[in-house]
Design a binder for this molecule. Structure first.
Ligand code: XIL
Length: 478
């Protein structure tokens, strides 16, 4: 279990997202009938949104104004699957203040209205960036540049006060080499102090919004994230920073092994962390194995956030693969998101759902068979394993623990019949790597009300070409 300090949060009276309406109805109905808790959420959630709501996390998506306007299926999916929105482009400086003092909020307003209509939070992106900022700003210097920055932040933050829950105040201010500050027109014009000024301005403009510093290639521990760490330390000591946004524009198979430790060190500063722009790109065309690897990568990243109390959520950078910025910017790469262009779900979708504690087995994603063992009955909990997707030398499994009484913790155990061994696991911890596996709940999935279920998962290695076996699992309440 990860250690996390309780977040010393400031007051946030801004609107609270409601739980999915249907859950509310069921709650009221069962309360009226005097039924117990156990019947309320008897089955695991089947949408990302439902699962994230249960964890009190944001599952966000970057949205396009045009698609929200023109595509009803896209709109429905955004409303159903996500509880948080970020404007992919509509809140950037070139969209909101294309010329000095002339503000254009049509697109940003529409996105915030949509979020409000659908009880979604908004993570605002972004005030101060070296890209998508008009040349009239870039041509300013000294006091005039500072004045423009302060006015811009004030105007946009004031407009959305109470409606935008958090802001990427500065974006990508650290360079890719040697942990230096990025050599941008901001740094050249104003010196490093522009970052502090931006945060002070944003704090004063909307004291209740959470303020983030956001960057890419800081997902693991490296020179760049070390620099962000020291900037964050300074801003936090002045109480003008609330969180760090990790963009997580990742490459297949390259989730940093120290990502969890990296996020934890920021949490230890008393900050929130957030995965702000997640996508995982694959060299195209992507094959089935790569899509499965991508699912595992998505699962890992989501899992890290799910397990960290101070991780506010995960935002994916677009809905459908075809909408993504990736192919345009990284030639030869694509397929980085959760949905295909016909809005069907990719393996990565089910992995994210699983990692959020939902029922990611609901719709098996490949032609691979899903096999399950029958649950033994009569004990305080029962557990089953199912093979989600086998490949020649390995397989991904999902485990389900069902509570037959109220649980405050659980332990599952089984023995592999052959050479199968767990290589990595999520939502479960213990002695996992040997022939006999003993695993217990992690921090957030130990409390399970009678009748409810929770899930965990793992990958195994196995003999080339062998069948992925499904051992019988014993479940014991803690
Ligand atoms: C990208 C958008 O996805 C594209 O539509 C746009 O053309 C360029 O910007 N880091 C960020 C995001 O902080 O704002 C970027 O979004 C992706 C990289």
């Amino acid at each position: 279990m990860l250690l996390s300090r309780p977040h010393l949060s400031r007051q946030r009276p801004s609107r609270q997202r409601r739980r999915a309406v249907i859950a509310g109805v069921v709650t009221v109905a069962t309360a009226a009938l005097g039924l117990g808790l156990s019947t309320q959420f008897a089955s695991a959630q089947t949408t990302l949104r439902g699962a994230a709501d249960d964890l009190n996390k944001d599952i966000g998506v970057a949205v396009s104004y045009n698609l929200l306007q023109n595509n009803a299926q896209y709109r429905n999916l955004v409303a159903t699957e996500f509880n948080s929105l970020t404007a992919e482009n509509a809140m950037k400086w070139d969209a909101t203040e294309p010329s000095d003092g002339n503000y254009t909020f049509t697109q940003a307003d529409a996105i915030v209205d949509f979020a409000e209509d659908n009880d979604q939070t908004v993570h605002g992106h972004t005030f101060v960036w070296h890209q998508q900022t008009p040349s009239w700003v870039q041509n300013l210097s000294g006091t005039a540049l500072q004045t423009a920055m302060v006015e811009h932040i004030n105007t946009v933050a004031n407009r959305y006060e109470g409606r935008v829950d958090s802001w990427d105040v500065v974006n990508e201010v650290v360079s890719d080499s040697n942990g230096a500050m990025r050599d941008s027109f901001w740094l050249r014009g104003l010196g490093e102090g522009y970052i502090t000024t931006a945060f002070q301005t944003a704090r004063a403009a909307d004291p209740n919004a959470d303020l983030y510093i956001n960057d890419y290639s800081i997902d693991g521990i490296n020179a760049k994230s070390n620099k962000v760490y020291s900037i964050a330390q300074g801003l936090k000591s002045q109480n003008i920073l609330d969180g760090v946004g990790f963009q997580a524009h990742l490459i297949l198979g390259q989730v940093p092994s120290d990502m969890e430790a990296n996020l934890q060190r920021f949490v230890n500063l008393g900050l929130k962390v957030r995965i702000t722009e997640l996508d995982i790109r694959i060299q195209t065309p992507a094959d089935a194995n790569e899509l499965q690897q991508q699912a595992n990568d998505y699962r890992r990243v989501t899992e890290i956030c799910a397990e960290l109390a101070d991780c506010s959520g995960v935002t994916v950078w677009g809905v459908r693969d075809g909408d993504s910025w990736v192919p345009g910017v990284f030639p030869g790469y694509g397929a980085p998101l959760l949905f295909n262009d016909d809005l069907s779900k990719k393996p990565a979708y089910n992995a994210v759902l699983d990692a959020l504690g939902g029922d990611g087995n609901e719709e098996p994603t490949t032609s691979n068979p899903v096999t399950t063992t029958p649950p033994p009955s009569g004990s305080g909990c029962t557990a089953t394993l199912s093979v989600q997707s086998p490949w020649n030398t390995g397989a991904t499994y999902s485990g389900t623990v069902k509570a037959n009484q109220n649980l405050t913790g659980w332990t599952v155990t089984w023995t592999w019949p052959g050479s199968e061994r767990i290589s990595n696991a999520w939502s479960v911890q213990g002695n996992l790597s040997g022939a006999t596996v003993t695993g217990s709940n992690v921090g957030y999935n130990g409390t399970v009300a009678s009748g409810q279920t929770t899930t965990f998962g793992f990958n195994i290695t196995k003999a080339n070409g062998s069948t992925a076996s499904v051992p019988t699992v014993t479940c014991t309440p803690a």
